[in-house]
Design a protein around this ligand. Structure first.
Ligand SMILES: Nc1ncnc2c1ncn2[C@@H]1O[C@H](COP(=O)(O)OP(=O)(O)OP(=O)(O)O)[C@@H](O)[C@H]1O
Ligand SMILES: [Mg+2]
Length: 483
């Protein structure tokens, strides 16, 4: 099935959606950064301009100061002639916006332009300048009338202080700064809007794979688990997400498949013995069947019922194991003892089948394990060896220590297992070459899954080697400090 293109809503942004949140955050961060940057730029620009103006005014005041002379009456005069013809013009130009006040705040000299502006310095302002020795001051209101002054102290004939002020009008600078501010303010909403749209598009692009995952997840149903998210090839986190999702679906698919197989297997395994019981019972109920025959039927039915019982018990244990509900009941035990005991027990069966069964045990192999389950495990392996070894064969059950591991090996000279069957014999209900196996013995394919589960319950493992026609060897390794 082909994957439809994911539906991504481009319309109204929901603030609760990830895309909406990303866009909002992006826009907010961008706007705040922009405002801060604009404010910093405005501040820096103002500072640089004022620094330049002040520098220049200072130079001018220093220059003009040299040419101020006092008349015998104590009046300050601009001795422009001392500066030569060029210097004189220059000096007069510098004294364009300038004034000199005495220490009482009386204006003793003022340039015509300053007079024209109607500017006068309050005595309190003068006192403040003199007291603070302020080098630069700004006077005037409103802003268009503002004048920046460089203040310099002159000494009169009797050493009394005079204040020389050389100034410049701030209007052109204030106008330029104001224009800058307006441009910034007008650009702000535009840039915020652009960044909002860009953020939204970026978020949408980034989240497209998420939308694909969502869409794929919507398409997946129990009957359509083959659906996968196509690989983007970008190798980013979202592709990782898609891969994880695909892996999860693959696992789900595998377990659904297992469940289906399991149900089919269980019904098959239940049907065969039930049909046998039904057939035999119907036969026995027919009139004129001798009592001895009825008894035989009942015995045979009992065998089938016993087999069914065993199978259901095993299934129940495996189901509990799957649910992780089974905890091993650990106790100190000796593996040698367990194996010797079981071999003795099975000797009758082995003899009946004409098979030689022997145990090879060595020094004690102490183990902390669930002895009932271990017993079941070894019994299952021995049961298999007996079932699949024809008369005249040999079975050896060996216990040994291997480093920190205890090992039980059940080796037989039986029919062996084909190579293609080996990887599957631990699957539930799997039986290699069923017809042949049936010919030899009845089973339902739950023995080895049980062996594997018990080994794993004790943090151990099972290995198998087998040659078709020559025999098999099953080895269970368990850590001595199991569980
Ligand atoms: N020792 C063995 N020699 C040859 N084949 C074996 C041996 N042990 C297991 N097998 C093969 O592996 C299959 C699975 O074994 P398993 O013990 O799970 O099932 P079973 O013996 O058929 O039935 P159950 O144990 O439930 O009565 C067997 O059907 C058989 O084909
Ligand atoms: Mg078995």
């Amino acid at each position: 099935m082909k994957l439809r293109a994911p539906q991504i809503r481009i319309g109204f942004l929901r603030p609760t959606s990830v895309r909406g949140q990303l866009t909002l955050q992006y826009t907010a961060i961008f706007s705040v950064t922009l405002v801060l940057a604009a404010a910093a730029l405005y501040g820096l620009l103002t500072w640089i301009i004022y620094w330049n103006i002040d520098n220049e005014l200072q130079n001018e005041a220093d220059y003009v100061k040299q040419y101020i002379q006092f008349t015998p009456q104590g009046q300050p005069e601009l001795a422009a002639r001392n500066a030569g013809p060029d210097g004189s013009a220059n000096l007069n130009a510098l004294f364009r916006i300038a004034q000199i006040s005495d220490s009482h705040g009386r204006l003793v000299k003022q340039s015509p332009e300053l007079k024209g502006l109607g500017f006068s310095l309050q005595p309190s302002e003068l006192q403040r300048i003199l007291a603070k020795r302020a080098t630069f001051t700004t006077h005037g209101w409103p802003r268009e009338e503002e004048i920046r002054f460089a203040n310099a102290i002159l000494r009169g004939p009797n050493n009394q202080p005079y204040l020389l002020q050389i100034g410049t009008r701030l209007k052109p600078i204030n106008d330029a700064l104001e224009t800058f501010l307006w441009v910034m303010l007008m650009l702000l909403p535009v840039t915020v809007a652009v960044s909002g749209v860009a953020g939204s598009v970026m978020a949408q692009r980034t989240l497209r794979p998420v939308a694909e995952v969502t869409h794929a997840a919507q398409l997946i149903t129990a009957s359509n688990l083959s659906q996968r998210i196509p690989a983007s090839g970008r190798g980013d986190e979202l592709e990782e997400l898609a891969e994880t999702f695909n892996a999860m679906i693959a696992r789900l698919q595998a377990s659904f498949q297992q469940m289906n197989d399991f149900a089919a297997n269980v019904s098959h395994e239940l049907r065969t013995p039930l049909q046998a019981i039904q057939g035999e019972t119907e036969l026995a109920l027919m009139s004129r069947v001798p009592l001895a025959e009825c008894r035989r039927v009942l015995e045979s039915n009992l065998e089938e019922i016993d087999r069914l019982n065993r199978m259901i018990r095993n299934l129940l244990v495996l189901a509990q194991a799957d649910a992780g509900e089974v905890q091993p009941r650990l106790e100190a035990m000796d593996l040698n003892e367990l194996v010797r005991d079981l071999t003795e027990q099975m000797q009758v069966v082995a003899q009946a089948r004409g098979v030689e069964l022997r145990a090879v045990t060595s020094a004690p192999v102490p183990l902390k394990a669930d002895s009932l389950r271990l017993r079941q495990m070894v019994l299952n392996l021995m049961d298999n060896a007996l079932k699949y070894t024809p008369s005249g064969g040999r079975i050896e059950v060996r216990v040994e220590r291997h480093g920190a591991q205890a090992r039980v090996q059940v080796r037989d000279s039986g029919i062996g297992i084909a190579e293609e069957d080996l990887p599957r014999i631990f699957e539930r209900f799997y039986r290699a070459d069923k017809s042949r196996a049936r010919g030899l013995a009845d089973g339902c394919g739950l023995g080895l899954p049980m062996v594997k589960w018990v080994a794993e319950l004790h943090h151990g493992q099972v290995e198998v080697t087998s040659t078709l026609g020559a025999g098999s060897s099953f080895t269970v390794s368990l850590p001595m400090e199991a569980a």
